[in-house]
Design a binder for this molecule. Structure first.
Ligand code: SF4
Length: 317
């Protein structure tokens, strides 16, 4: 392998099958940075080649993302079969649900290990291209072993921090408490800094949710990662293959994988020598820096989240 590789980490190969997306959420980093005239679709030859390489390196998790991967139509199901036949793993599908209807569900049976559908805040959807009520109903009525529908990200703006317990309960009860929602903050494209009152509301809401439900596996993961990864000293290392068939400027999966590790190590080294971080009481918990940067402008939100989590779990910091 390479010197930075760590056996216990979870490395994920994400196939961005196309940049095309009919939804184009206002908070989506990709929607704003990729031209919609770009109609490239990952070629099946590239999928086969990279699956063979990844499988030999022991990568265990494969995802389809984009753009909107369901834009591929029936080819999506063929691609899922390719991943399974080469790697022995069914891919995770990440989707807005735009193309999901009864006919789609019939074809998707047994093809994916998870179908993570990003749903909007039921109190005030940010994007209305996908009907949120309809997609919540589809998830509620259809999730089963053959159609493992689950929640992708639900973006919560700062004016709704006070409503997090209500939003969490609505989504959780929609699926008869079979799986948790995944709330997050829209901070990738641009950051709107919450007010002092909103940060307090985030802390209080988080404490309430953690008190009621215990550890939530994925909760504002852009900002704080996952407590499960932290507990097991495990990192998630995501490698993206683009529709054009490349790993951005890198030639091979191995090269891109190593670069991801090197950046993660670089950021953690920066943090360990940072005067700001060394004065921060959350240094031991703050280990997730997915964008190769410490992003100090996110710290107030991180601190409210950590305070709420520890308070809700009744853990002394
Ligand atoms: S919350 Fe901010 S200051 Fe504290 S350890 Fe994390 S990055 Fe550093």
């Amino acid at each position: 392998m390479f010197p930075e590789y760590r056996e216990n980490d979870v490395s994920v190969l994400t196939f961005n099958l196309t940049w095309n997306c009919p939804v184009r959420c206002s908070y989506c980093y990709r929607a704003m940075t990729v031209s919609q005239s770009n109609k490239d679709t990952l070629k099946i030859e590239s999928l086969i080649k990279e699956c063979k390489i990844a499988s030999e390196y022991g990568i265990k998790e494969y995802r389809f993302s984009g753009g909107e991967p369901t834009s591929l139509g029936n080819a999506l199901f063929e691609y899922a079969d390719v991943v399974f036949s080469i790697t022995g793993q069914k891919p995770v599908l990440m989707t807005s649900g735009y193309h999901i209807d009864d006919a789609w569900l019939a074809k998707a049976r047994g093809k994916f290990s998870a179908i993570a559908v990003s749903v909007e805040n039921p109190l005030e959807p940010l994007q209305k291209v996908v009907n949120n009520k309809r997609i919540l109903e589809i998830i509620r009525q259809n999730t089963c072993d053959e159609l493992p529908l689950s929640y992708g990200l639900t973006m919560i703006t700062a004016d709704h921090f006070k409503n997090i317990p209500q939003i969490f309960d609505l989504l959780y009860e929609n699926v008869d408490k079979k799986f948790y929602p995944q709330l997050d903050y829209p901070c990738l494209k641009s950051l709107v800094e919450p007010s002092h009152t909103q940060l307090e509301e985030l802390r209080e809401s988080t404490a309430h949710v953690y008190k009621n439900y215990g550890v939530i596996p994925y909760y504002f993961v852009y900002l704080v990662g996952s407590l499960l990864w932290l507990e097991e000293d495990c990192r998630r290392v995501n490698i993206n293959l683009h529709p054009e068939g490349n790993y951005q400027i890198y030639d091979s999966l191995l090269e891109r994988w190593q670069v991801e590790y090197r950046w993660q190590n670089y950021v953690l080294d920066q943090q360990s020598t940072s005067a700001i971080c060394n004065k921060c009481e959350w240094l031991d918990s703050c280990k997730h820096h997915p964008f190769w940067d410490l992003r100090y402008d996110w710290c107030k939100i991180r601190k409210s989240l950590f305070e709420g989590i520890y308070q809700g779990l009744n853990i002394e910091q």
